[in-house]
Every structure is written in C-alpha cells, then in structure tokens.
Design a protein around this ligand. Structure first.
Ligand SMILES: [Zn+2]
Length: 64
C-alpha cells in the first residue's frame, strides 16, 4: 500500500511539468527530485513518460 502513497507523491511533484507538457512545452524541465537533470519527456497523446538522466527517477502515466 506504500506504493500508492509514492505514486501520489510522484504525481504531485510532476504535476506542474505534466501541465506544461499537456500545453505543448516538452523541453527545458528540470527534475523535481534532484533539480539537476534535464528531463527526457515522451508523450504520445495519452501516455506520458518522464525520466531524469541524472538520478534515474521517472514518472509514467496514462492521461487519457
Ligand atoms: Zn533527477
């Protein structure tokens, strides 16, 4: 059940970035965890994948 808490926390941290990506801004986002990495973002219209090349944390979600 801890996993659910983690997912909610992750969603909270990525929320601003997710909103930006949905608005079409894919570039120039810094990692909300380490603040160093520039995030790699993939979004195909329903599935979003965000990954930090520095610390390796990622977020993956369906946003349909
Ligand atoms: Zn990071």
């Amino acid at each position: 059940m801890d996993e659910n808490v983690d997912n909610l926390d992750a969603f909270d941290r990525y929320q601003d970035i997710i909103q930006d990506v949905l608005a079409g801004r894919m570039e120039g986002h810094k990692c909300p965890y380490c603040n160093k990495g520039e995030l790699e973002i993939k979004f195909d219209g329903s599935r979003m994948y965000i990954k930090c090349p520095e610390c390796g944390r990622f977020f993956e979600g369906m946003l349909a």
